[in-house]
Design a protein around this ligand. Sequence first.
Ligand SMILES: Nc1ncnc2c1ncn2[C@@H]1O[C@H](COP(=O)(O)OP(=O)(O)OP(=O)(O)O)[C@@H](O)[C@H]1O
Ligand SMILES: [Mg+2]
Length: 442
Amino acid sequence: MNGQTIDLEKIKNSSDGTVRGMVSAGINEVMVNNPYFAAGGGLMLLGTALALGRQGVVKSSGFIYRQLLVDLEIPSKDKSYLWFLEWMSQYKHRSSRHLSVETNYLQHDNGAVTTKFSLVPGPGKHFIKYRGAYMMVNRERSGRLLDMTSGAPFETVTLTTLYRDRHLFSDMLAEAKKLALKAREGKTVIYTSWGPEWRPFGQPRKKRVIGSVILDKGVSQTIVNDVKDFLSSGEWYHTRGIPYRRGYLLYGPPGSGKTSFIQALAGELDYNICILNLSEANLTDDRLNHLMNHIPERSILLLEDIDAAFNKRAQSDEKGYTSGVTFSGLLNALDGVASAEECITFMTTNHPEKLDPALLRPGRVDFKVLIDNATDHQVKEMFLRFYGDEPELCNEFMAKFKKLQLTHVSTAQLQGLFVYNKRDPHQAISMIETLRNPNSVF
Ligand SMILES: Nc1ncnc2c1ncn2[C@@H]1O[C@H](COP(=O)(O)OP(=O)(O)OP(=O)(O)O)[C@@H](O)[C@H]1O
Ligand SMILES: [Mg+2]
């Protein structure tokens, strides 16, 4: 009541006695004298104070979070995303209640398939202890955004740890990368085009030893030397302003080892292979150009059966698709590959006579090699490779091979005969006549 008297007194004494003074006095009287309003006001004040307090807590916790914690976000588009998930699936000191399964097929050289399940951390929160530091791993799926190329939802993994432990992030990613690369060691990754980008096709394959592909005398070494020389001449090309690329054409009959040789060469150089199928439906000039300018590093671009792509160009397959790549589109794409990195293109064909000379001009194809049916040298080498050091049996095989005047025998046919008689060279010798028919099935 005292407060009220003082207020009224103030108004009374106010020299101007304005309307404003009277209104505020009226409000004051109603608020203070009326018990309902007084209680409401109190509540309001309390509510405001609580809200402010809450905001303060939120703000200060945000402040503390910013000061004490640090986040690292890895989006699914980034290479390290899969590395990290794989690393975490093998990491022991973790607590995960949400797992997702990732199935890997592993195809062995003999064609058998084994499956491996890795339990990678699924969407949700996980905790790990890494070198004494606790980290929270939050894998989140963005509900709306879709990766248009794969149809998979975009995801992010966010790692949170104490600010003082932030240096552990890079150690951890380096470890994840090392683990991923170790799994690829001694392997060749085959990439195929997937929409506008290159994707690994299946599991990385075991490198093929270059010596296992038997070409005619000196051919393999000549190509290997040429490629190695090219790879070490970057500076030479750059100072002369010549595009740093080299095109190779391997031509010859089916089953002579063209594709196998390129795979073995990639293994020898520790390169990967990007296979582009020019007859693929929906491949347009634009996509071709984009793909050829975005080849993963340390990769050989392989264009198989280059003649077939344009024979079929005018036709459409049963679904009505036609290949969208035009011949001039291919020439432009080959010319336009403009990168500081080296670019090695290998093309193969069974019908070099069908190729347009424009494709074969230097700059597009710089090195042409005939990979032909088996020569005597190759037959001998293949026999010894399959049956070991058996010179007498080898001579017997060669004598029979010549006596029967076998010509046009592919190395693939020889391999077929030797694989069929894995442990029995005598049997192989007695079955030699089957080589007359290129399609004989044992
Ligand atoms: N010169 C060779 N040395 C060792 N193996 C060979 C050789 N040629 C072919 N082969 C074997 O034959 C099979 C087919 O070979 P590959 O696919 O390399 O032939 P290609 O020349 O690419 O045939 P195509 O022209 O039909 O594509 C492979 O399994 C490979 O191991
Ligand atoms: Mg081939």
